[in-house]
Design a protein around this ligand. Structure first.
Ligand SMILES: Nc1ncnc2c1ncn2[C@@H]1O[C@H](COP(=O)(O)OP(=O)(O)OP(=O)(O)O)[C@@H](O)[C@H]1O
Ligand SMILES: [Mg+2]
Length: 219
């Protein structure tokens, strides 16, 4: 489903170029859940941004459902991201002026994939039933992150990229949110790649990879 080959990314810095990713290759199949660990600054977010089409690599290939995304123009990459990739970040990025149900449906509406039955099921499985008419500021952090996950999954993405999604949550809430993400990814057949600092959370994944000095290794 996802095939990354020899990806490189170098950033310029005042101390000279920094080779963040050096020939990173990775294959992920549909329904697979992968934890991505590595020290702060090791390139976890960089790798997720490249896979999600938010940034371009210096060289290498990213194939998503057979399509080479590095070759696409900005508009086509944005469309692919909107339609097939779900992003979840540490910051929940909800729209403050929209209710819970409006936030959940937002991306699926934009992608013209809003399915009322699926959105209702998601709302229920995320434990958000009864909170649909609230605004983000009226929710706890864990509730807000569950809305953000609902917004991502409403679209039925083939690939979910999550960057420290539980980083702003306490341990118990983070565990519950992760369990929901794993379960929903599995039931929708989506692949999930999650960057985390936490070895404890990483252990919940069947597959773990680690970035060290710009290269991926099994962890
Ligand atoms: N836009 C940028 N310009 C220059 N350097 C950058 C840029 N983005 C990231 N970097 C550098 O690239 C390296 C990798 O950053 P990245 O954010 O991918 O790390 P990370 O593994 O996600 O770290 P953390 O665990 O702290 O989130 C760091 O050294 C960072 O300073
Ligand atoms: Mg990061």
């Amino acid at each position: 489903m996802l095939n990354v080959t020899d990806l490189t990314k170098t950033y310029a810095s005042t101390e000279g170029p920094v080779d963040v990713l050096r020939a990173v290759s990775l294959g992920v199949t549909g329904g697979e859940s992968v934890a991505l660990t590595g020290e702060s600054g090791s390139g976890k977010s960089t790798l997720l941004h490249l896979i999600g089409g938010l940034d371009r690599p210096d060289s290498g290939e990213i194939r998503f459902f057979g399509e080479e995304i590095t070759a696409l123009g900005d508009a086509a990459r944005a469309r692919l991201r909107r339609d097939r990739v779900g992003l979840v970040f540490q910051q929940f990025n909800l729209v403050p002026s929209l209710t819970v149900s409006q936030n959940i449906a937002l991306q699926a509406r934009l992608a013209r994939r809003a399915d009322a039955g699926w959105i209702a099921e998601l709302t229920d499985r995320l434990g958000l039933t009864g909170l649909e008419a609230r605004y983000p500021e009226q929710l706890s952090g864990g509730q807000q992150q569950r809305v953000a996950i609902g917004r991502t999954l409403a679209n039925r993405p083939g690939l979910i990229l999550a960057d420290e999604p539980t980083g702003n949550l306490d341990e118990d809430t983070g565990d519950a949110v992760l369990a929901l993400m794993l379960e929903l990814a599995e039931t929708t057949g989506a692949a999930l790649i999650m960057a985390t600092h936490s070895q404890r959370l990483a252990r919940r994944f069947a597959r773990r990879i680690h970035i060290r000095r710009g290269r991926l290794e099994a962890a």
